[in-house]
Design a protein around this ligand. Structure first.
Ligand code: SAM
Ligand code: GLN
Length: 286
C-alpha cells in the first residue's frame, strides 16, 4: 500500500469517534511516527509504497488510538508552547488550553529580572519549561508528588538544555520548603471525583492523580490558595488553570484568602480557564 491509501484507511478507522479533521491530523501524526518522517515528507511521497512491516506497525498504532489511547502516549511526545516534550502515561498530556496559563504568567515575569517562579504539579514539565525557555533570567522550581512524573520533567529539561529549572518532590507547597516566590502557577487536578468525563475518551488513560481532586474538583485549588500565602513574596502572583465552570468558585476561594486583583481569563473556546490574583504584603503569612 502507498502512503496515500494507508492514510485514507486510517482516517476512515479513526473517524468513527472523532471529526474527520481530527482523524486526519491524528492519522498523519501516527504515520509520521511509524515512518520516522515529517509531515512534508508524507505529501511529497504520497505515491510511495510503504514496506509491509512499517505498514503493520502503523496499523497497530491506529488500532491503539481507536480504542482510546492518547496519540501523545503512542508516539511518546507532544508539542507545547513550541517545545518538543517527551510524555509517558505517568504524566498528563499537555493541553493547548494550558498555553493560556503560560501566557498569563509571562505577563507577570519581567524579562530581564531574576525572578523566582514555582510550578506546582509540573507533570511533563510543560509549564515550568515553557516559562524557563521564555524567561532565561528567571529561576523556576518545578514540583510534583509523583516521582515518575518528575523523572519525565527532568528528562525534558535536560533534552531542551534548560538549566534554569530545578525540581522538588512533594505535596503542593510542602515541596517548596521555606522558599518564597514572585509567581506561583499551577494546573492542578480539577475534575470532580465521579465526573463522567473520567470514564470516557483520553482521560481513561491518564494518571488519576493528575485529574481529580475531591467531590467538587477544587480540593487542590483550596489547599494551594491557602498555603501559597507562606510562599509568595510581597505582591506576588498566584495563577491557576481550572475547569470552565469553576471561575466563580476559584475567585471566591482567592478572595476568602485575602488575594486582590483577582481576574479570570477565557481560553480560545471562550470559556473561563485561568484565574490570577495578587497577594498584598499585608496578607502574606510570615
Ligand atoms: N503541569 C502539567 C500540565 O499542565 O500539563 C501537569 C498538570 S496535571 C493536571 C496535575 C499534576 O499535579 C500531576 O502531574 C500530578 O502528579 C500532580 N499532583 C497531584 N496531586 C499532587 C499533590 N498533592 N502535590 C503535588 N503534585 C500533585
Ligand atoms: N483539562 C483536563 C481535562 O481534559 C483536566 C486537567 C486538570 O484536571 N488539570 O478535563
Amino acid at each position: 500500500m502507498n502512503v496515500r491509501d494507508l492514510l485514507a484507511q486510517a482516517v476512515q478507522d479513526l473517524s468513527a469517534s472523532r471529526s474527520t479533521i481530527e482523524a486526519r491530523r491524528e492519522a498523519e501524526w501516527l504515520l509520521q511516527y511509524a515512518l520516522c518522517v515529517d509531515r512534508a515528507w508524507l505529501f511529497a511521497h504520497a505515491d510511495e509504497a510503504v514496506p509491509a512491516a512499517l505498514a503493520g506497525q502503523f496499523r497497530c498504532c491506529v488500532s491503539r488510538r481507536v480504542v482510546g489511547e492518547p496519540v501523545a502516549y503512542i508516539v511518546g511526545r507532544r508539542e507545547f508552547f513550541s517545545l518538543d516534550l517527551r510524555v509517558t502515561p505517568d504524566v498528563l498530556v499537555p493541553r493547548p488550553e494550558t498555553e493560556l496559563l503560560v501566557e498569563s504568567a509571562l505577563e507577570k515575569i519581567t524579562p530581564n529580572a531574576c525572578m523566582h517562579i514555582a510550578d506546582l504539579g509540573t507533570g511533563s514539565g510543560a509549564i515550568a519549561l515553557a516559562l524557563a525557555h521564555e524567561r532565561p533570567r528567571a529561576h523556576v522550581l518545578a514540583t510534583d508528588l509523583s516521582a515518575a512524573a518528575l523523572e519525565v520533567a527532568r528528562g525534558n529539561a535536560q533534552r531542551l538544555g534548560l538549566a534554569n529549572v530545578a525540581f522538588a518532590q512533594g505535596e503542593w507547597c510542602a515541596a517548596l520548603g521555606e522558599r518564597r516566590f514572585d509567581v506561583i502557577v499551577s494546573n492542578p487536578p480539577y475534575v470532580a471525583l465521579g465526573d463522567a468525563h473520567l470514564d470516557a475518551g483520553d482521560l481513561r488513560f491518564e494518571p488519576a492523580l493528575a485529574l481529580s481532586s475531591g467531590s467538587d474538583g477544587l480540593d487542590a485549588i483550596r489547599t494551594i490558595a491557602s498555603d501559597a500565602r507562606r510562599h509568595l513574596l510581597a505582591d506576588g502572583w498566584l495563577l491557576f488553570e481550572h475547569g470552565y465552570d469553576q471561575g466563580a468558585a476559584v475567585r471566591a476561594v482567592l478572595d476568602a484568602n485575602g488575594y486582590v486583583d483577582i481576574a479570570t481569563k477565557i481560553d480560545l473556546e471562550d470559556r473561563d480557564r485561568v484565574t490570577e490574583a495578587r497577594l498584598p504584603a499585608t496578607r502574606a503569612i510570615l
